[in-house]
Design a protein around this ligand. Structure first.
Ligand SMILES: N[C@@H](CCC(=O)N[C@@H](CS)C(=O)NCC(=O)O)C(=O)O
Length: 318
């Protein structure tokens, strides 16, 4: 049996769940505590990685522990060649799928995570304690007032870890927008992301789009609807669990308040991420250093730059 260690709402983990379902392998999931990561620490840290992250798998059939989503896919494909193939076709096609996945992990997976969490912070920050610390202190953080304070505190920690507050100065929304428009144009009229067969590249694209389904700037973008259609079809088939908690929480929040949108800007920007060859880039920063002192400012001011609450999109706001 394969055990998947995960944070259930993570799109990198959804990528593995869908891949295991696609391959038809027996597997079980174990949710981890993101602060302790005790289940991961029972295994030695793979030497090429800087710290423990999820998804990670332990395969009891081979006693292998594999961390990082694309190395996990490579392992599964090599270990279970009789199962439906994540990397089908000849060697050139397999290499192209692999390279495409690493690019998506880096160019979509990282900024999409920043924007998804930012939207949660802006529209329903009290979801954060439920995601991260609902079991702590006998459920104390589920009490209304504490939950709200803890939500902002966790929001600040996450902003420090992933630099959410720098997105607007980096032009990151526009950079991902431009990347996705190019991708949408390229995939128009093309059934599969790579070659002539369904592959892990299709699953990866579908999972990495999920966080930005809650960001009106992307979700309502007239030129990105083809990508979101692909996302919906693939997750319905290979995941089938419906909305994630953050999607439902944001929908609920929007029944009370208008969504948070962005003022549109006409700027050219490039994504500031580079993969390390066969390993995707990651963007976690240290939380507890002197930079944390500036976080209240960044959390309440920089993070909210360009953002506006508005019921429907207009010429200058989406
Ligand atoms: N490139 C990695 C990304 C993994 C990653 O960053 N996982 C996040 C969850 S989305 C994590 O474990 N975060 C824990 C932390 O930041 O300490 C992959 O493809 O698996």
């Amino acid at each position: 049996m394969i055990t998947l260690y995960e944070l259930h709402w993570s799109h990198f983990c959804e990528k593995i769940r869908m891949s295991l379902n696609y391959m038809g392998l027996p597997w079980q999931m174990v949710g981890i505590d993101a602060f302790k990561k005790a289940e991961l620490r029972q295994h030695p840290l793979p030497p090429h990685l800087k710290g423990y992250t999820v998804p990670a798998i332990h395969d009891a059939n081979t006693n292998h522990f594999v961390m990082d989503s694309t190395p996990i896919l490579r392992y599964l494909a090599a270990q279970y060649p009789q199962a439906p193939q994540l990397f089908p076709g000849d060697q050139a096609n397999r290499d192209a799928i692999d390279a495409q996945i690493i690019e998506f992990d880096t160019m979509i997976g990282l900024p999409a995570r920043r924007f998804g969490y930012t939207q949660v912070i802006l529209e329903c920050p009290s979801l954060l304690p439920e995601l991260f610390i609902s079991e702590r202190a006998g459920g104390l953080f589920n009490a209304p007032l504490l939950r709200s304070v803890a939500g902002h505190f966790l929001g600040m920690m996450l902003s420090k870890r992933f630099d959410f507050h720098r997105s607007e100065t980096l032009g990151l929304y526009e950079a991902l927008e431009q990347y996705l428009i190019r991708l949408a144009d390229k995939l128009e009229g093309q059934e599969f992301v790579v070659g002539s067969e369904f592959s892990a590249a299709d699953l990866t694209l579908a999972s990495h789009l999920r966080p930005i389904t809650v960001v009106p700037f992307f979700a309502e973008h007239p030129r990105l609807q083809g990508l979101f259609k692909r996302h919906r079809e693939i997750v319905a088939r290979w995941n089938g669990e419906g909305d994630f908690k953050y999607q439902s929480a944001i929908l609920k929040a929007r029944q009370r308040k208008a969504p948070v949108r962005r003022r549109l800007r006409d700027i050219a920007a490039a994504l500031p991420f580079n993969s390390n060859g066969t390993l995707a880039a990651n963007d976690q920063k240290t939380v507890w250093d002197w930079g944390m002192l500036a976080m209240p400012f960044h959390y309440w001011i920089s993070l909210r730059r360009c953002k506006v609450r508005q019921m429907v999109a207009s010429a200058g706001v989406r």
